[in-house]
Design a protein around this ligand. Structure first.
Ligand SMILES: NC(=O)c1ccc[n+]([C@@H]2O[C@H](COP(=O)([O-])OP(=O)(O)OC[C@H]3O[C@@H](n4cnc5c(N)ncnc54)[C@H](O)[C@@H]3O)[C@@H](O)[C@H]2O)c1
Ligand SMILES: [Zn+2]
Length: 351
């Protein structure tokens, strides 16, 4: 088992067969009562986890929810608090999230707000959640007017990335996670990028995936450790490919693209934009393009115009004084922020 230490005071464990050892792995939390919020598709994983905890003397309760964006609707959260109260969850109890980003965002939010915040453990079950969303304490739910508009920073107390659970993921969810993994190579780590070039086909078959999850988690941990509340500009670099990727997700109505698939498009455009703005050499751009086009993601719908896509960047949370700070690359493995991107640059990069 690889242990990644987050300087905010918790560990991420990456390895195989972690779930059936939860009883001993959670022992340091020194708690005896847990409540599971889990993806209804993962009932056997949840049972395994719960039975390991019960053997170690825990009392467990739980709730299963479908992992769709609609589940993150703020108006649907209220009954969950009722369940926590009825189960006698107190300040010392632990909430456990078993699922992908949908369940993790929601459960983290509930943990962060119930009794002004109780501890939570992330058991991410999608590749995307293992390398990204379960780390860093961003939790939140959706408002009818927008995604993730209501949330709190609430760091988990432990994250268990058990790579065995990934074997049941759909192909698209694997690709989506690998897309997010490539982001770390591009934005932070050229050696990792080279590993990804060599291993991409293996990763898509979930071979060598532990190494990729471990290195990705390390980068995410390092960045959020230095900039926990996204105030120092560092954490923004994790958003490489995300300004346009988020716009693409929104413009196509959430659900058409998986998050990581949209980010693959966002990264291709951001690489083009980096060259268009004079930061990135053409040979690096084309190397990036070559890697990203090896990831099988859906095409952009023909009816989506540039105008429509760009209109969805307006609400980007990274906008300051009306200008978007674009995360671009000046070389493979090094991200920068450019505040002087104009519409003509975007048009050239995207077309
Ligand atoms: N908090 C953050 O920092 C952060 C970062 C990125 C994304 N997100 C959020 O994450 C969400 C997307 O996350 P996601 O891609 O993990 O989506 P998800 O949770 O919807 O999971 C994707 C699909 O995989 C299924 N699934 C989960 N684990 C499985 C397994 N082991 N085997 C088979 N199927 C499994 C789910 O049921 C679902 O159908 C979005 O809501 C997004 O806003 C949050
Ligand atoms: Zn992402």
């Amino acid at each position: 088992v690889e242990k990644v230490k987050v300087s905010l005071g918790y560990d991420i464990l990456v390895g195989r067969n972690l779930i059936s050892r939860a009883g001993s792995l959670l022992k340091p939390l020194d708690a005896k009562k847990a409540f599971f919020i889990s993806d209804s598709r993962l009932s056997s994983t949840t049972s395994k986890l719960a039975s390991s905890l019960r053997k170690a003397g825990w009392e467990t309760n739980g709730l299963q929810l479908p992992a769709r964006e609609a589940t993150k609707d703020f108006r649907k959260i209220f009954p969950i608090y009722s369940k926590l109260i009825q189960s006698g969850m107190d300040r010392h109890s632990v909430l456990i999230a078993v699922g992908g980003g949908v369940i993790g965002d929601l459960a983290g939010f509930v943990a962060g707000t119930y009794l002004r915040g109780i501890r939570w453990v992330g058991v991410p079950t999608t590749l995307l959640a293992q390398v990204d969303s379960s780390i860093g304490g961003k939790t939140g739910v959706n408002h009818p007017l927008g995604k993730n508009l209501i949330g709190v920073f609430h760091q988990p107390s432990l994250v268990l990335c058990d790579t065995d659970v990934l074997s049941s993921l759909s192909r698209r969810d694997v690709v989506s996670g690998v897309g997010e993994i490539v982001k770390y190579g591009l934005a932070f780590d050229k050696i990792f990028f080279t590993f990804l070039e060599e291993s991409l086909d293996h990763l898509l078959e979930l071979e060598r995936i532990e190494k990729a999850v471990h290195i990705s988690a390390k980068w995410k941990a390092q960045v959020v450790g230095k900039d926990p509340l996204e105030t120092k500009g560092l954490r923004a670099l994790l958003n490489f490919g995300h300004t346009l990727g988020h716009a693409l997700e929104a413009a196509t109505g959430y659900g058409y693209f998986r998050h990581g698939e949209a980010i693959v498009w966002g990264m291709r455009w951001a690489a083009n934009l980096s060259t268009e703005r004079g930061h990135l050499a053409e040979k690096d751009r084309s190397r990036i393009e070559t890697l990203l086009t090896r990831l099988p993601v859906p095409e952009i719908p023909k009816q989506l115009t540039l105008q429509k896509l760009l209109s969805f960047t307006k609400h980007d949370k990274k906008i300051r004084d009306g200008k978007i700070g674009f995360v671009l690359l000046d070389k493979i493995g090094h991200a920068i922020v450019d505040r002087k991107v104009e519409k003509k640059h975007l048009a050239a990069a995207i077309s």
